[in-house]
Design a protein around this ligand. Structure first.
Ligand code: SF4
Ligand code: SF4
Length: 270
């Protein structure tokens, strides 16, 4: 089967650079077809995969690279496009005629390969983490990163204001999520009429709000880990550059004819 992206996609972009076949495109962006022409986007709302370019990573990895990085497990096998390993490997060779694939090429179909892409069901919802940055300890100077600032833009789950419409006067008002519990008596600020959330309303609101927070947190975590990888790469380069600088300076100072340094005895006539 080709791999597909479901509408659970949160458009984090983590999968696109992982694809060895450039089969993944951002929603609304035209794709490059195998005929060399541009084609209309297959989705305008979410990242999408061009089936004719997807090999389920056969030839490159023993798992689907997009599924491995997707924070919400929405890269899944497309049940409408079943394809054998042979078909997928033939496609990999056609897509990369310049590449010499080994006999024992990696494939998710092979014994011992990593587990195939997740099923169409989304990842189990984890307990929502309050996306609020922790306060610095000991009054230390704290420079907030752009990612923490982004997290701050979303209020804590319990204090998120749920928009409600009064069934009596149709007036609109907002109540913190923590009060949308079955049996809690709320009062409309417009007509003062009572409003008691029932279990159905509570479950519906809780499901939507929790799903949003899970997606937001997962997206933020994905960006953070990419960020972290970049920082580590940069630190590595920095370490190497510093070592080279040290070596160069050491070499230059060893070669320099410094005043007071012992000179080679050149004999009486120099
Ligand atoms: S399964 Fe592999 S080849 Fe297919 S879209 Fe995902 S990363 Fe690309
Ligand atoms: S990694 Fe998953 S959530 Fe992110 S853009 Fe790709 S399919 Fe969408």
């Amino acid at each position: 089967m080709a791999t597909m992206i479901t509408d659970e996609c949160i458009n984090c972009g983590a999968c696109e650079p992982e694809c060895p076949n450039t089969a993944i495109y951002q929603g609304g962006v035209e794709y490059d077809g195998l005929d060399g022409a541009k084609h209309a986007a297959l989705s305008n709302d979410f990242f999408y995969i061009v089936p004719e370019k997807c090999t389920e990573c056969v030839g490159f990895f023993d798992h689907e690279a997009c599924a491995a990085v997707c924070p919400v497990d929405c890269c899944v096998p497309d049940p409408n496009i079943p394809e054998s390993e042979e078909v997928l490997m033939t496609r990999a060779r056609q897509l990369h005629p310049e590449q010499a694939f080994p006999e024992d090429y990696p494939s998710r179909f092979k014994a011992g390969a990593a587990a195939p892409a997740a099923s169409a069901a989304p990842a189990a919802a984890a307990a929502p983490a309050a996306p609020v940055a922790a306060a610095p300890a000991g009054g230390a100077t704290f420079v907030q990163s752009p990612l923490d600032a982004l997290a701050d833009t979303v209020p804590a789950l319990e204090s998120w204001d749920v928009p409600l419409t009064c069934f009596r006067c149709r007036g609109e008002f907002e109540v913190p999520f923590q009060f949308i519990k079955p049996g809690t008596v709320l009062h409309c600020p417009h007509c003062a009429g009572s409003f008691v959330p029932n279990t159905i309303l509570y479950r519906d609101v809780a499901k939507r709000v929790t799903k949003f927070y899970d997606s937001f947190t997962a997206g933020l975590d994905a960006i953070r880990s990419r960020h972290q990888a970049e920082i580590e790469r940069f630190e590595d380069q920095l370490r190497q550059s510093l070592q080279k600088l040290k070596d160069d300076v050491k070499e230059a100072s060893a070669d320099a004819a410094l005043a007071g340094a012992p000179q080679k005895n050149r004999g009486f006539f120099g």
